[in-house]
Design a protein around this ligand. Structure first.
Ligand SMILES: [Zn+2]
Length: 121
């Protein structure tokens, strides 16, 4: 009988741990999604700034504007968004390719990006 209660007890503990892990996963996902939203808004603003520079240049002429700073900021934002999207994919139960770091779905045998063998048939 003691064994029965021990089993019930550990099943309850396991269920509680799983539930609290799910809550933590959801809150982590929300944080990551919020950061992605903020980054996308920043990128939109950079695109508008660049559009304004192009407009001014076409309209008023003068020296061709330098877009490099804006483009490198957008590149950094894209890289960070990709990183965050991978974290979300991992929370959702996907893996990452040990070769190229692409997202691997459960059950994939080969990496969809580089073809590296990641599972058994
Ligand atoms: Zn790969």
């Amino acid at each position: 009988m003691a064994d029965f209660f021990t089993k019930i007890g550990s099943a309850v503990t396991e269920a509680a741990n799983k539930a609290s892990q799910n809550v933590k996963d959801l809150s982590d996902q929300n944080k990551l999604n919020n950061e992605i939203g903020t980054l996308r808004a920043k990128k939109e603003k950079l695109l508008r700034d660049m559009g304004q520079l192009v407009y001014n240049f076409i309209k008023k002429g003068g020296e061709s504007p330098n877009y490099n700073a804006i483009i490198s900021q957008m590149d950094e934002i894209d890289a960070r968004i990709e990183e965050l999207e991978k974290k979300i994919a991992v929370i959702k139960g996907n893996g990452l390719c040990p070769c190229c770091n692409a997202v691997i779905a459960p059950g994939d045998i080969f990496c969809p990006n580089c073809g590296f063998r990641v599972g058994q048939p």
